[in-house]
Design a protein around this ligand. Structure first.
Ligand code: ACM
Length: 648
């Protein structure tokens, strides 16, 4: 090799190695989560001993948004420019993610949140969590620039907040004989006295709450308390049965709205709540009230008459509006689940849209603020991986990717009302989540996906890149003692659901001998022959659901050899999804005279608690143009779900 060539190779290697080192040192720039608005990479790294030199500069008002920041790193160290303290705090979170081995890559970052509200919900009623647990989650939330902690403090499973005026809430309604929610729910759902042997539960004292609120505040997180009304209030009504319609305990979960004592109770409780929580919003629940008792209650009926309310929806609305006015008179605002729209939305109330996004959109159209937490994307109580490898959950399937792809701004939202979309929230209901470790597992990493949706601009979002960064974030959380889901061991969606399935009946016409039902239509009449196979959850729009037999006839177009007919059903007894008791498989050449090929009987016990799948299929050797597939509804009744009728 001549000398000149050698020199060129040496020079090239040097440049190559140099750029490798440069990128290795600057790697952290590409790992920032949530991804910032703008990152300008510069050549070189700032090295420091001990702590890095950080200079804080206050931006003049008007130049920057709240929570925004500019972070510059050069040879002099780090400069953070922000308009408010929250911005400086978030710059510091970014800075911590940039530091590696006492170096920080030279860079300039301009960053601000997409939405002002980036929340996480904690259901501490179903299973009580310690203040230390909540503080630990605050630490992680702050790392990913989340700023609201929604505490679901009250529900049937236990009241969790000291209220001086009503001591039985914490002497009695905060405790139950059974440790797990499931055992309690399966029993007679009674409560226990504090200190009674075996009593499970707990509550936060006022001092503990003050401490939590202060800790959260130091992390730029606002704690929003939720006090449920009018429903989900069995625990209150067991302790204070005079607030029910009948005056008797254990008879209903809704306050009597005709009783003035109910308002005295709620206003007094809210006074004590507002004294503890300085949050802009007070959450007043409003979801899933069973209004039947009100229809028969003379006091509720009288209230409806006096107030000119035409139905019980309006009665609930009356209550929410009255409470909203009270809360507003104290300088705060109410927020409630989207059922508070029913019967008329209270002026100034914000809506947390959970049953979908329609409620949120309706509220926006009316000029109300909205937080989006649709169950389909934001309910972390669903399993995040294949059910056979997951801890107990409420069922369903919500993997990290599905959380991440949620886009809260929809084309059908009114453009001039988009400023009412305050943000997004991750929710974890804990009926099936007994331990802290299990709760952490459900939150992380899916909460990071919500954090990025809430903070980052949509054009900066990229699923594959997010997965890479989330893996690193999870490693970091694990090193810090969080019991996260193990992304590296993710199994993923049902394999056939990922690939689809080709078969003889694909694209063939299906005749429904019983009509399709309204709730889970999937692809309508195409569902059973579209080659699209259902995933781990019946709500993925690929399974068709029936509250009756499923009885269909498939036309293969011409007489042909049929060697296999089959379909897959799922069982998930929680929401009442069962296997068929049997399936009859019949064939015909003319569509009129059918021959029974076989009956496939169910052998899955109706008590099997896990999510199960079973093929009801047969191998055969017949000639047919028509295949009839008749699945009989379970003796347990409930839903049947079928995704495809496969013919080969
Ligand atoms: C809710 O999930 N019931 C708000």
């Amino acid at each position: 090799m001549n000398k000149k060539l050698k020199n060129i190779i040496a020079f090239t290697a040097c440049v190559f190695l140099g750029s490798m080192f440069f990128h290795a040192d600057a790697q952290t720039i590409y790992n920032l989560t949530p991804v910032p608005y703008q990152v300008i990479q510069k050549e070189g790294v700032y090295r420091f001993d001990g702590d890095p030199k950080v200079r804080y500069v206050a931006a003049p008002p008007g130049n920057m948004l709240s929570e925004s920041y500019i972070l510059k790193v050069d040879k002099r160290g780090v400069t953070i420019i922000s308009f408010d303290q929250a911005g400086a705090f978030y710059a510091n979170q970014t800075l911590m993610q940039l530091i590696e081995d006492n170096t920080i890559p030279y860079c300039e970052i301009h960053d601000y949140p997409r939405f002002p509200y980036r929340g996480v919900h904690f259901d501490v009623s179903r299973h009580f969590r310690s203040i230390d647990f909540l503080k630990k989650q605050i630490d992680a939330m702050a790392m990913f620039k989340m700023n609201r902690m929604h505490l679901h403090l009250t529900d049937a499973a236990g009241w969790r907040l000291q209220i001086d005026a009503y001591p039985k809430l914490t002497e009695f309604a905060a405790w139950r004989p059974q440790h797990t929610w499931k055992e309690w729910w399966a029993g007679n759902r009674h409560y226990a006295l504090k200190g009674e042997p075996g009593a499970y539960g707990g509550y936060y004292t006022k001092d503990e709450i003050r401490d939590l609120v202060q800790y959260a505040h130091a992390h730029y997180i606002e704690v929003i308390p939720e006090i449920e009304m009018p429903g989900h209030s069995e625990e209150v009504l067991a302790a204070y049965p005079e607030l029910t319609c009948s005056g008797k305990p254990y008879t209903q979960g809704e306050f009597c709205v005709g009783n003035d004592e109910t308002f005295k109770f709620l206003e007094t409780v809210l006074d004590e709540v507002m004294e503890l929580f300085p949050s802009e919003y007070i959450h007043i629940g409003g979801d899933e009230a069973n209004k039947e008792h009100w229809k028969k209650c003379p006091k509720c009926q009288l209230r409806m008459q006096d107030e000119g309310l035409k139905d019980v929806d309006e009665l609930q609305s009356y209550m929410i509006k009255r409470i909203a006015r009270y809360v507003e008179s104290k300088g705060r605002k109410v927020i409630g689940w989207d059922e508070i729209l029913d019967g008329g939305l209270a002026e100034g109330a914000a809506v947390m849209s959970w049953r979908g996004t329609e409620g949120g959109i309706e509220a926006m159209e009316m000029g109300h603020d909205v937080i989006m937490t649709p169950g389909r994307y934001c309910y972390l109580d669903h399993a995040q991986d294949a059910p056979f490898k997951e801890p107990e959950s409420i069922g369903g399937y919500l993997p990290l990717d599905s959380v991440y792809v949620y886009e809260p701004v929809e084309p059908k939202m009114p453009k001039d009302k988009l400023h009412h979309m305050l943000g997004v929230q991750a929710n974890l209901w804990t009926e099936h989540v007994v331990t802290d470790a299990h709760a952490e597992y459900m939150y992380w990493p899916r909460t990071i996906a919500i954090a990025e949706t809430g903070w980052s601009q949509p054009h900066k979002k990229d699923l594959q890149d997010f997965r890479r960064r989330a893996l690193l974030a999870i490693e970091d959380l694990r090193a810090k003692g969080y019991e996260t889901f193990d992304m590296a061991a993710e199994y993923g969606e049902r394999k056939l659901a990922q690939t689809g399935l080709d078969h003889k009946a694909k694209g063939c016409k299906v005749f429904y001998n019983r009509p399709i039902q309204e709730w889970y239509q999937a692809a309508g009449e195409a569902t059973f022959t579209d080659g699209v196979i259902g995933g781990w959850t019946y709500s993925d729009n690929r399974w068709q659901g029936f509250l009756s037999d499923i009885d269909v006839t498939i036309d293969l177009g011409e007489v042909q050899l049929v060697n296999y007919v089959g379909g897959t059903f799922m069982q998930l007894i929680g929401p009442g999804v069962f296997m068929p008791s049997k399936v009859d498989i019949l064939v015909s050449k003319d569509g009129e005279n059918f021959t029974l090929v076989t009956t496939v009987w169910n052998d899955v016990p109706v008590t099997a608690a896990d999510l199960l799948f079973k093929d009801f299929s047969t191998i055969c050797d017949c000639k047919a143009r028509y295949v009839r597939y008749h699945a009989y509804r379970s003796t347990m009744r409930g839903f049947l779900f079928l995704d495809e009728v496969v013919v080969n």
